[in-house]
Structure formats: C-alpha cells, structure tokens
Design a protein around this ligand. Structure first.
Ligand SMILES: [Zn+2]
Ligand SMILES: [Zn+2]
Length: 421
C-alpha cells in the first residue's frame, strides 16, 4: 500500500508533465483570448450542491461521487464536475451584479468513482468554460468555437461536432410524456438501471450504453420533433452561427445530455481512436440552473473537456507539444575554487533566465560531465582554479564537444548570444 497509488489515479511526471503544462498553458491562453477569466472553486463542496444540480437520478450522483462526512458531521463531496461549483460561486460572490455576461474558465482535478479505463480515471482533470448571463445563440457558438480552437491548436484532427437541442421547460414536459408512453410497454427490454430511473427521468435512458436500451431507443420519438418555436429558432440560430464560423457540425437527435439542468443546446466533440466512448468534450446550455439555486434568471452555456481524454487522443503527438528544453546550462567544477565560483555563476545564470544546475553529490569532473549530458545540458561551463586565476572559464558545447575560453565576468552575456543562435 505504501508504494501503490489508489486505483484510478496517476502520477504525472516529466517529460509527461511538460506536455500537461503545454496543454494547460494553451487552455489559459485561449481562454484569455476569448475574454474568459479564471475561477478556482474548492475541490469539495456540500454534497447537496451536486444532488440538486447534477440530479439525484444521474449516474454521477447515485453511483460515482466521493462523498464523506467531515469531523464536523457535514456531508461533503469531492467535485465530480465543474459547473455546479462555478454556479454556486457565481451566486455566493454576487457575480451576477457584474457586467454580463460573466465569462469564467477553470482547470483542475475532478473526482468520480467509476471503473477506471483508458483516459478515464477516478481523479481526472478538466478544462471548462462557463458563459453566464447571455441567452443568445451566438454565445453557444462562441463556447463551441473556443472548444474547437483548443483541439485544433493541439493538432487533433478528424473531430466531429455533434449538435442537438434538448428543449426547455416549455416543451420538454410534453416530450417527456410521449417518451414515457413509448418506453412503458418496452420496460422489459430496459436494463436494471434504466428501469429504476426511467419513470423519474426517461431522458436518461439516452445516456445508457447497454445494447438492449439502445435498441429500444432506435425507434423512440426524438426530442427535436417536439421543440417549441423558441427552442427551434435557437437551434437554427446556433447552426447559422456555426456556419459563419466555418465550424462543421452534425445533427445528432440522440444526443441528450443526462444532466438535469441542461436546456436547449447540447453538443459533444467526438474523436476517433480513443475507444468506444469517444467523446473528448461537450457542453451545452443550462438556462435554468442559476434560478434553481435561488438566483436571478441567468441563461448560461458552458463546455468541459477531459484532459486525460485529450492526451490519449493526442497519443505520441502529445510529446511534441512540450517546448524544447533549450537554454539548459550545467555548471561544473574541477576543484574547490571552481565550486565556490560556480555558486555565484549559477545564481547569475538563473537570474538571467537560464535553466541552470550544478552537482550536489561531490562527483569528479568526469562524472559531472556525464551527468550534464544525461540531464540534457546544451552548454556546460567548467570552472577551475588555474583558469579562474587567469579570469576565464571553459564553455563546452555539449553537442559538438567544442570548447572555448570565456572571461568569467562575461559568461552570462556570452551564453545569451550562443543560445540565441
Ligand atoms: Zn422549448
Ligand atoms: Zn439502460
């Protein structure tokens, strides 16, 4: 146990950690470009928050949450997704009083107790954006375009954007009745999960991956046929906006996001080659959630993507994302005087922005050179008493093996010049 991490978790170690940093950097840069600001909410919230927002009948709430009682007797839950916490923070900090829309992004770990599989962990990471306070279809299109830009910058190709509308409180109840009437005589073909929940929320059956349930749904009435005029017009406007942005999409009338708070637009991004559950991200509109929490009417739309899924889809290509590790300088000492001067030089190099390091194991000069090579140094500066007496050091270019004498006082300037080439 002491040397085994919990199932469904991962240690992220360089060079993979460098790829993570590059992906996170891209998420931040793009978000800022689109006018989103970061929000950092707690990793745990009151359990009730998720029960109320994600929905009691959802797989997440009924089976997958890490819920615990703290020493004060409160029921808390490690966040299984990002939206609920953002909406809670939006209300608690009265962000609705700010100029609308409020545009927020988040980046960080989420927790779900599910069977671990490729790209799906119990502690996983999401990048997500929420645009609160705007009901226009152009807002949906903006969120989608940010998502697609994120994937495009990463070099993910052959993506499919699937688009649907799940209706609104004006039209969904009628559809719900029609769907219930359809499912009722077919109950015997539903899986145990769907049987238990279809009466409370028949739309959830669309989330089910069981073959029997999928067959039942193949002939089911679809929500798009029951949209009210407002929902229909909104869906048409989202399609128009996507065309303006030259973002290809596919209508998918079976795309019914399981979360209770979704209204109107639902979308999913599919990428080939990462297994059966090939969605790497998705989102949609949740116009009723803020109000359901007791806040002012606030239409909103959001998107989230699982970073493990993204990295899995990137595969080997992800390795090329990390910036080249240039400007690495190793400071090697031939003797005690060299080591003393090296302390000063190391500080100067780091202050000048170089990635610089030295030996801390009392290695011989030969062993230091070997270590510098394995560390990936571009240049090694060798300091020794005799040379220092003449006011110089040796600069060794690791790749070519060429060496030159450089005045000690000018090493930083000389290296800047060398590495700029
Ligand atoms: Zn509607
Ligand atoms: Zn089922």
């Amino acid at each position: 146990m002491l040397t085994t991490r919990p199932r469904g978790t991962e240690d992220i170690i360089a060079p993979e950690a460098d790829v993570w940093q590059a992906v996170e950097e891209l998420a931040r840069t793009l978000s800022h470009r689109y006018g989103y600001e970061e929000i950092r909410t707690p990793l745990f919230e009151h359990t009730e928050l998720y029960a109320r927002s994600v929905g009691e009948t959802s797989d997440i709430v009924s089976k997958e949450m890490y819920t615990f009682t703290d020493r004060g007797g409160r029921s808390l839950t490690l966040r299984p997704e990002g939206t609920a916490g953002v909406v809670r923070a939006f209300l608690e900090n009265r962000l609705y009083a700010r100029p609308l829309p409020v545009k927020l992004y988040y980046l960080g770990p989420m927790f779900r107790f599910a069977r671990p599989q490729a790209g799906r962990l119990r502690q996983f990471h999401q990048f997500g954006v929420e645009l609160l306070g705007a009901g226009e279809a152009a807002a949906d299109a903006e969120v989608i375009s940010l998502a697609m830009e994120f994937y495009r910058h990463l070099g993910l190709e052959e993506l499919t954007l699937r688009l649907n509308s799940v209706g609104c409180p004006a039209c969904r109840p009628a559809y719900r009745e029609v769907l219930l009437a359809y499912l009722e005589p077919r109950q015997h073909s539903l899986c145990a999960d769907c049987l238990a929940r279809y009466a409370r929320n028949p739309l959830r059956v669309f989330d089910c991956k069981e073959e029997g349930c999928r067959q039942v749904l193949a002939e089911a009435p679809l929500v798009t046929a029951y949209l009210c005029p407002e929902c229909s017009a909104h869906l048409a406007a989202v399609r128009d906006a996507l065309r303006l942005l030259a973002i290809p999409y596919e209508d998918d009338p079976y795309l019914v996001r399981g979360l209770d708070y979704y209204t109107k637009t639902a979308f999913e991004v599919i990428v080939p080659g990462i297994g059966a559950q090939s969605a790497i991200g998705g989102g949609g509109r949740y116009d009723g959630l803020v109000e359901a929490f007791g806040g002012p009417h606030t239409p909103a739309v959001g998107f989230a993507t699982g970073l493990e899924r993204v990295l899995l889809a990137l595969g080997v290509r992800g390795k090329t994302l990390a910036p080249p590790a240039g400007r690495k300088v190793f400071v090697a000492a031939a003797d005690a005087a060299g080591a003393a001067a090296g302390v000063e030089l190391l500080a100067r190099l780091r202050r000048a922005g170089f990635t610089a390091d030295r030996d801390y194991l009392g290695r011989s000069l030969k062993a230091q050179m070997k270590h510098a090579d394995r560390w990936g140094a571009t240049i090694t500066v060798i300091l020794g008493e005799a040379e220092l007496g003449r006011g110089t050091v040796t600069v060794r270019h690791m790749q070519s093996g060429e060496q030159e004498a450089v005045p000690f006082a000018q090493v930083v300037e000389a290296l800047k010049e060398h590495l700029a080439r």
